[in-house]
Write a new protein. Structure first.
Lengths: 358, 358
DNA sequence: CAAAAAATTGGAAACGTTTCCACGAGGGGA
DNA sequence: TCCCCTCGTGGAAACGTTTCCAATTTTTTG
């Protein structure tokens, strides 16, 4: 007893298990388990004894053992390309809240667009670490990826990706977003419009491109070639080339991540917004509303996407293999017209060109 | 055999275990385990047979069972207040990369400043779900929290929190940051300087306040009372009151999250930056460099904080209870002077006041 | 009051892995 | 030739739960 008080002689502080609780409380293992799981059919006196023993021994349930016995981990894997994108963080936060309420823990992992890492993470999660998955894969137009996803034997919802076929998906209407942004610019007289879209081997990028195309097609206009770029592959170099074309661009629609780079370029080159260049951001943030000039944006709703996806996943995880038909949910986008877009400046030359001759 | 091919009659696709592999390969359980874990002492022929059986059966190791047997989960819990803060996302991404290289999975959870949720999450993670923790607790000046942390029997590193006592911590030098921002403003002639700091029951907020105090004290100046606020408790209302004081503020140092709100207020009231108000952001982002006027900021390095914290945690997790003395690492901050701060405008009245009389 | 039914309880079995121990075969030394 | 040592292998035990079944007690019914 004395040794126990000082806790010195004991080499290892052996972890307290349900068995220790049982013997301390003078009951059987089954009874302890029943008490701990709120089963009603236990005599009040025994229940109290168990609780007291738990208290005294500082017992903590071992949820790994629990998971193993139940075959459920009560965890959901969440794969994103980069958690540092504000939209990704927003989605993760919302998913965490929704799933947390249902008793699930979120395991977040970023692929950073590395396909090998993505494969590793998918494999890791499949080793019965999670009960379901929320996925934004790197690419969704690759047969290899599609097959690998199809082989996953777990409830699974894709968000912002759409490989086609029998997957559950929650999608933002990027086509509509890009289309309305383009229409807005066409209405203002712009014709040389560049687009910096998401990766073209993701649904997001493809839809954005399709939206641009649709807006031109709506008006029977033909768009110039070579004005479509992917995020990441668009730097000052590319932007400069766009301004040096025979017919320089007068407007640009770009992912929000690219906006700082574009503004920096404009400042350096003395381009004045929106006189020399109109800008639309794909994705919104409060800072865009308050800068000078404020920046026109198409706004999605990542929180809503995440909530829909999380709830869909919960449904799939609870339905015992009922094999519901795959669902496809969409969330709208809205054009917020601000002051970075203006009618085409017909007579005024392009800022870069005039300066360039100096 | 036919049933097996169609896979129809079998009601349940029983999961493939190591036992199945063993019998298929015609070897014992121990041998399979040894092969799978890269143990050398296995005959090459048996090794091949095992690999072939694994392939044919599509065996996947059950890492929950593995965790249970080994008593290690190879997961690290990461608690933040809000994953949507870009600095938090940056830290998480860096920690994930560093820990991932060492074979650990990150389990991220946000408390959203809810103390009950924090307690739940800490408790959950302690149930042997993780091997170590990276923590940003809601408050670190509360005896209750400190005790609860001390009771956690797991390797653990706090980042951006410092309860004092024997905890391992990695900290950004917020005192230095706030001090240099304040000095900068004092040099420009400002005296009525407001501060919107982190929560004052976190180390971050307290250090920021201390930095402001220090800058005033350095010069033997006395600062006005009532100019210090906490993020979250600072809205347009408070800002307006600051501008209506007998001696209106001429400068403000604020957490980056508050910058959009402040700019919106200025725009609405016709305050021109930096003529009517100088602004310093605590925390930097590329957008701050390119807006007009560009915004002076003190910049930390979340990536470095996270890397240091992750490596420290790895060290603690590998050292078998060697009880190293707690470490305390710090990462610097740097003032980036831009165009949102300018010398005090002596004669020009305060924008709000003149307009207010109209 | 006896018997049947219902309620409560204890503990074995099982979840899938790793580790440890024992056994047998093969090889080398006396 | 015999013995001892080494090496490779198979399988039991253990990790901490939950669940199921059988045993016991209590309650109800005839």
């Amino acid at each position: 007893m004395n040794e126990e008080r000082t806790g010195k002689a004991t080499s290892e502080p052996r972890t307290v298990t349900i068995k220790d609780v049982a013997s301390r409380a003078g009951v059987g293992l089954g009874t302890v388990s029943r008490v701990l799981n709120g089963n009603e059919n236990v005599a009040p006196q025994l229940r109290d004894q168990v609780f007291r023993a738990v208290q005294e021994l500082g017992y903590r349930p071992n949820s790994v053992a629990r998971s193993m016995r139940l075959g459920k981990s009560h965890a959901v894997g969440c794969l994103v390309t980069d958690i540092r994108q504000p939209i990704a963080a927003e989605m993760i936060a919302a998913a965490e809240t929704t799933l947390g309420r249902a008793g699930y823990t979120l395991i977040v992992a970023s692929t950073h667009f590395d396909n090998r890492r993505e494969a590793e993470l998918l494999s890791l999660m499949q080793n019965r670490v999670v009960d379901g998955m929320l996925l934004t894969v790197n690419r969704d137009n690759d047969l290899d990826v599609t097959q690998r996803l199809a082989a996953i034997n777990l409830p699974m919802v894709l968000w912002e990706r759409n490989p086609g076929g029998g997957f559950d998906t929650v999608l933002t209407e990027h086509r509509h977003g890009a289309r309305s942004a383009t229409s807005h610019l066409l209405d203002l007289g712009h014709r040389e419009i560049a687009l910096v879209a998401g990766h073209l081997d993701t649904w997001v990028g493809r839809e954005q491109k399709a939206g641009l195309d649709a807006a031109f097609a709506d008006r029977g206009l033909e768009q110039a070639a070579g004005l479509i770029f992917e995020v990441g592959a668009f730097k000052a170099r590319e932007l400069e080339a766009l301004c040096r074309r025979e017919r320089p661009i007068t407007a640009i629609i770009a992912n929000i991540d690219e906006i700082p780079g574009i503004l920096r370029f404009c400042a350096k080159r003395g381009l004045v917004l929106p006189r020399d260049l109109s800008i639309v951001s794909i994705g919104d943030a409060s800072i865009l509303e308050v800068v000078t000039p404020s920046i026109t944006a198409v706004r999605g709703n990542g929180t809503k996407v995440a909530q829909l996806a999380a709830n869909l996943l919960l449904k799939k995880m609870s339905d015992k293999q009922s094999e519901m038909a795959p669902e496809r949910l969409t969330v709208g986008m809205q054009l917020k017209v601000r002051h970075s877009t203006a009618p085409l400046n017909k007579d005024g030359g392009h800022g870069l060109r005039s300066q360039d001759r100096g």
